[in-house]
Design a protein around this ligand. Structure first.
Ligand code: ZN
Length: 128
């Protein structure tokens, strides 16, 4: 009866400290020192795709079947440890603290991200 359970990743993946829509400061790679907007967060891989950062240029040859030729530019994912969230309040790249505080009309305890530098909450971006 004692079947060994395979270790599995939880279905509810831990959220990254970097969210889609955040402005991030790049710490490593060829685009070190640049800032960009996160277009996609990949919690499973701990990676993010940042607009205009880590662009890979792919040279495509025209082949049969109407394939596009020329250079295709595609942003490659960056590891989250290589980016820092830029605070929406003080504008500095910062580490993030998580605070659990009652917020909203219902005063429900929610986790919010706080800037380690100025202590103000980071503005969340809503898609749309
Ligand atoms: Zn700040």
């Amino acid at each position: 009866m004692a079947l060994k359970q395979k270790e599995r990743k939880p279905l509810h993946l831990a959220k990254l400290h970097v969210h889609t829509g955040d402005t991030v400061f790049v710490l490593a790679g060829k685009d070190r020192g640049k800032t960009g907007t996160v277009t996609r967060a990949m919690p499973r891989e701990n990676k993010v795709i940042v607009e205009g950062i880590n662009i890979a240029k792919k040279h495509m040859r025209a082949g049969r079947g109407g394939m596009q030729s020329g250079i295709i530019e595609k942003p490659m994912p960056l590891h989250v440890s290589n980016v820092m969230v830029k605070c929406t309040e003080c504008g500095e790249p910062t580490r993030i603290a998580h605070e659990r505080v009652p917020t909203g009309a219902d005063q429900k305890v929610r986790t919010r991200r706080v800037c380690k530098k100025c202590g103000k909450p980071i503005q969340e971006h809503t898609r749309g």
